[in-house]
Each structure stands twice: as structure tokens, then as C-alpha cells.
Design a protein around this ligand. Sequence first.
Ligand SMILES: [Zn+2]
Length: 86
Amino acid sequence: MITQTTEQATASENTRRAIPAGTPCFYCHQRLQGTVVMWWGEGADLYLHPECTVELSIRLLRDVHEIERENQTNITGGPSSLLNPR
Ligand SMILES: [Zn+2]
């Protein structure tokens, strides 16, 4: 889901849980302002810059691929999951 920091949000967007400007990004810890990616989880909410969302996603997927290679499993189902084991 995307949202805005409160200074950028319109009244209708405030119903989408706009967050205070200055809230730190989960990934880079820099202050958020403007359009923000958000996810609500069990016990933690994540707020990220859109570009940091890409960076984090790449690293999360790399970690999943590492699990596949280390455990010889095929989590993603892709053809390269089990290629080139260490
Ligand atoms: Zn960030």
C-alpha cells in the first residue's frame, strides 16, 4: 500500500493512515516525506521510501535464493533455484 506523509496528504488520503513527516524509513533510517510505501505486520509497521522498497525487496529475494541453494529446496519454483549449488 502507498500513503503520504501528513503534510502531503489530502483529506481523503488521511483516511489511508497518512504518517507524520519525519517518520524514519525502515530501510535507510532517513526521514520520510511525500509518497511512502507501507505494510502493516504483526507487531510492526513498515514505512519505506519507494526506492528503499526496491532495495529491500532485492535483498529479501536474494536471501530466499540463498536458502534454496543451501537447502537444495525449490521455494520459488523457478528453474534456476537449484542450479549452481555452492
Ligand atoms: Zn529509505
